[in-house]
Design a protein around this ligand. Structure first.
Ligand code: SAM
Ligand code: DTB
Ligand code: SF4
Length: 360
């Protein structure tokens, strides 16, 4: 089918997407901005705050992540936060203009234990503050996704990070299929989906575009797509990666904007190193959301006053909570599955295959 930037039902081929990506920048920007204003108010930006509710000590080996226990990074580890700690942080974020709180935990997957019951309480608490509640807790079973939805969770963030091929270069402790399965579980439980990736990990433009094609093939497409520029943290395997060029970020945002017109494209990690002008270009290219607050999960983000100045200079308004969907009403918790129903998580085959190959 022929791709047309103004037709959301058109199917883009990789070649067409590559041509779009490589257009002269002014042409690409014009096309992206045109799509953006057809589907979104170009003067509104949704503001989310991140809160790391459980920090560090993660068993996974994601090469970009300062929270993986196996890398020697300088982060402060924290046990799961209490309801009171989260309420205080959420009220502060709301006071600074955030309509959504995204709670992150350094877990491979959620377990059916007391800590998960506590997370459900955290979700109920933030939902009660009339904020959109998002969580990113690692892999989820269908039952866990249903319990989160019943507690009033609005969105689940689970990133694809890169193309299926490049994913294996960066993470070996789980597979792409696992990611897609969790996204499906969140979707089937009625949660909205936030899924995107990271650029600047050494991947090619083709890897970036393949990831976008996978996101665009989800039915329905994610309600938000975060585009992160790698924050290269000392002690991680990706510590020496060069900073992402702002025009590469702008191109990535513009292509995402055109490929998935209905989604909210989130200009995510990496803003600390971007100038106000660079960020303005990202908004023009179709970014409709940011993470605000002086910290992302563990790394620094622009100060609140700098974002306020930027919004004021550009005439941007923060989007109201639940402007694009109804606030979920907390319902009955379906409860923990019985021992028999519990899902045992597997480790991906390629790790074992690699070890086998080494032995031979
Ligand atoms: N543990 C859960 C998981 O991995 O799904 C949730 C938390 S994890 C920190 C959430 C996302 O943060 C990752 O999928 C990745 O896209 C992003 N992220 C982590 N470290 C990053 C970094 N150094 N730079 C940019 N994005 C990063
Ligand atoms: C997303 O795509 N980016 C956010 C959020 N979803 C969870 C996380 C960025 C983390 C950056 C590294 C850190 O601060 O630890
Ligand atoms: Fe763990 Fe998530 Fe970090 Fe991977 S990205 S090491 S799963 S916290």
């Amino acid at each position: 089918m022929t791709a047309h930037p103004h037709n959301p039902t058109s199917r883009w081929t990789l070649e067409e997407l590559q041509q779009l990506h490589d257009l002269p920048l002014m042409e690409l920007l014009f096309r992206a901005a045109t799509v953006h204003r057809q589907y979104h108010d170009p003067n509104e930006v949704q503001v989310s705050s991140l809160l790391s509710i459980k920090t560090g000590g993660c068993p996974e080996d994601c090469g970009y992540c300062p929270q993986a226990a196996r890398y020697h990074t300088d982060i402060e580890e924290n046990a799961l936060m209490t309801v009171e700690q989260v309420r205080t942080a959420a009220e502060r974020a709301k006071g600074l203009g955030s309509s959504r709180l995204c709670m992150g935990a350094a877990w491979r997957n959620v377990r059916d234990d007391d800590e998960f019951d506590q997370v459900l309480d955290l979700v109920r608490t933030v939902n009660g503050l009339d904020m959109e509640v998002c969580a990113t807790l690692g892999m989820l079973t269908p039952n866990q996704a249903e319990r989160l939805a019943a507690a009033g969770l609005y969105a689940y963030n689970h990133n694809l990070d890169s193309s299926e091929e490049y994913y294996k270069e960066v993470i070996s402790t789980r597979g792409y299929e696992d990611r897609l399965e969790t996204i499906g579980n969140a979707r089937r439980a009625g949660l909205t989906v936030c899924s995107g990736g990271i650029i600047g990990m050494g991947e090619t433009v083709v890897d970036r575009l393949k990831m976008l094609l996978t996101l665009a093939s989800l039915d329905p497409v994610p309600e938000s797509v975060p585009i992160n520029a790698l924050v290269a943290v000392e002690g991680t395997p990706l510590e020496e990666q060069k900073p992402v060029d702002i025009f590469e970020m702008v191109r990535m945002i513009a292509v995402t904007r055109i490929l998935i017109p209905s989604t909210t494209v989130r200009l995510s990690a990496g803003r600390k190193d971007m100038s106000p002008e660079g960020q303005a270009l990202c908004f023009f290219a179709g970014a409709g959301s940011i993470f605000a607050g002086d910290k992302l999960l563990t790394t620094p983000n622009p100060e609140a006053f700098a974002d306020m100045e930027l919004f004021s200079a550009l005439g941007l308004k923060p989007t109201q909570a639940y402007a694009k969907g109804e606030r979920p009403t907390p319902g009955n918790d379906p409860g923990r599955p019985t021992e028999k129903q519990r899902i045992k998580w597997s480790r991906p085959g390629h790790r074992i295959e690699r070890n086998e190959a080494k032995r031979k």
